[in-house]
Design a protein. Structure first.
Length: 243
């Protein structure tokens, strides 16, 4: 009888270990992203950036291990569209994407800005005459179309836009207000050269998102942790370090 009790106890311990958070640690959740400094960065194989730090801290609190996979931005979106086991950051919530994703938690707010090296246009009417650049597959394309820009060039990353602006291959660069200085500096240039023109569209919110089939329980843990970070001020503290 005693042997039976001991054996039963071992079975229960085994089952408990299989379903415990520590067992889940063997299978980290993959986060797909791209190099969008200072939101997400991949310097010598070390992931960083404000959006990444917020998500990492939230998942540390929730007991969810992560692994980060830096990809071209359109490939990152394809991954999350075709898989139910990945997260994506930093992902802007907008009407054209609303029904296709599970919007787990907002990470930060930003503005879409038009940046030049020459004196910035004083109105959108004047700006429409410029050749502008932005990263393909981003919300910047929607803003450019909504503003009526017709002379546009798409690139795979924002550093290319910074370089094109510097050599006057484009007249203006559409990007995020939080990103412009960091990207321009990373490209080897002086951010004090940049002139900020009109803001395009309303303030936007960057999220951690996933496919609709991503596990709800995991998503809810992340949502609660991000809300907790907002409540105790730690989320705002992370953002402040990058401004």
């Amino acid at each position: 009888m005693r042997r039976l009790i001991i054996a039963s106890g071992r079975v229960l311990l085994l089952l408990a270990s299989l379903f415990s958070p520590f067992a889940a640690a063997e299978h980290p959740v993959e986060v797909v992203t791209a190099d969008f400094p200072p939101l997400t960065t991949d310097v010598e194989g070390k992931p960083g950036g404000v959006a990444l730090e917020i998500l990492q801290e939230a998942c540390n609190r929730a007991g969810i291990p992560l692994e980060f996979n830096f990809l071209p931005w359109q490939r990152a979106q394809w991954e999350v569209q075709t898989r139910n086991d990945v997260l994506i950051i930093p992902f802007t919530r907008m009407p054209s994407r609303e029904a296709s994703y599970q919007w787990i938690a907002p990470l930060l707010e930003f503005k879409t800005v038009l940046i030049t090296l020459a004196a910035p246009p004083t109105s959108l009417d004047a700006a429409r005459q410029l050749k502008v650049g932005y990263v393909r597959g981003t919300s910047f394309k929607d803003e450019a179309e909504r503003a009526g820009f017709t002379h546009v060039e798409e690139t795979n990353d924002d550093e290319t836009n910074a370089r094109k602006l510097k050599i006057k291959h484009i007249d203006a660069w559409i990007t995020m207000d939080l990103m412009a200085d960091s990207v321009y500096r990373e490209a080897g240039f002086d951010p004090s050269e940049l002139k900020y023109g009109p803001i395009l569209g309303p303030v936007k919110i960057s999220y951690v998102a996933a496919a609709p089939g991503f596990p709800k329980e995991t998503a809810e843990k992340i949502t609660r942790a991000v809300n907790q970070m907002k409540a105790d001020g730690s989320l705002q503290a992370i953002i402040k370090r990058y401004r």
